[in-house]
Write a new protein. Structure first.
Ligand SMILES: O=C(O)[C@H](O)[C@@H](O)[C@H](O)[C@H](O)COP(=O)(O)O
Length: 271
């Protein structure tokens, strides 16, 4: 089921398998359109179960039809840990996708995990600035922010996206700050992390926000319910995803959408 709402589109899937296929088709479409428009495709990944949800891309038909040599990979967030560590978002993406398709190694832009979180964020921001200069990443039409072709996010149980956690100062970064860091993430195991800021995420041409499983139902509800604002309500970073000019699509399975579905019909949600 797909619903077109004020802030984007919500796709509710009957099964994980259906969601995975729809997500892979969506990524393939955006990749094709970006390559057609500007000769390449700049995508930012994040971590968690999102990566297993996009692993279909390493299977046929996608593995054969995608223009992998035109892909440039970035991370919307990563944990400051060795790339060989099982909890590294880079490692996860490498194992599930990047090592299985013919992506050009020099197109894979991971973070420096050998310095402090603050330094890693500064270096990654510099790398993104260079990529904008070299036109690997476009520039937003409305600000100086990078305009990624696609940013993939998954909602955490507390409503975080990328490594933007509730009640952290990283949520307040303005347009001139592109990459920031946290040394106190509320997701366990707690790791130092670097993350794109909201202005960068919201400047993307396309943003996909994924949530699966009933543990995410409350976060999805808080991100979307029209009445979940005001001093009593928890601040949910996922609610702050508002593309300036781009398109937002939510990919949910039925359990994640369980608190949403009935009310969406009655227009009491504004995504
Ligand atoms: O590094 C990370 O942890 C992620 O980038 C993070 O934003 C993740 O995508 C969500 O927390 C959902 O992850 P789960 O699927 O593990 O809940």
């Amino acid at each position: 089921m797909a619903l077109h709402l004020e802030r984007g589109e919500v796709r509710i899937h009957e099964s994980l398998e259906e969601l995975k296929t729809d997500l892979a088709d969506y990524i393939a479409e955006i990749s094709e359109a970006s390559v057609k428009k500007r000769g390449l495709f700049a995508i930012a990944l994040s971590g968690g179960s999102l990566i297993s949800l996009i692993s279909k891309l390493s299977e046929t038909p996608y593995s054969k039809t995608m223009e992998w040599s035109k892909w440039y990979i970035f991370w919307a967030d990563d944990r400051l840990m060795a790339k060989s560590h099982a909890d590294s978002n880079y490692r996860l993406a490498k194992d599930c996708l990047l090592s299985k398709v013919p992506i050009i190694p020099s197109h894979v832009h991971s973070i420096n995990d050998t310095v402090s979180a603050e330094e890693a964020a500064g270096e990654y921001e510099f790398l993104i600035r260079q990529s904008v200069k070299n036109r690997i990443v476009s520039v937003s039409e409305t600000s100086d922010c990078p305009n990624f072709d696609l940013i993939l996010l998954e909602v955490g149980v507390d409503g975080h996206v990328a490594s933007l956690f509730p009640n952290q100062s990283a949520l307040e970064e303005r347009e001139e700050e592109w990459v920031t860091f946290t040394t106190d993430s509320s997701k366990k195991p707690s790791h130092e992390r670097i993350t794109f800021t909201l202005p960068v995420i919201n400047s993307a041409s396309n943003i996909a926000v994924v949530a699966t499983g009933d543990s995410k139902a409350e976060a999805v509800h808080l991100a979307a319910a029209a009445d979940s604002t005001g001093p009593e309500c928890p601040v949910v970073p996922a609610r702050m995803i508002h593309p300036v000019k781009g398109k937002l699509v939510w990919f949910l399975d039925k359990p994640a959408a369980s608190k949403l579905e009935a009310s969406l019909m009655s227009n009491s949600y504004k995504l």
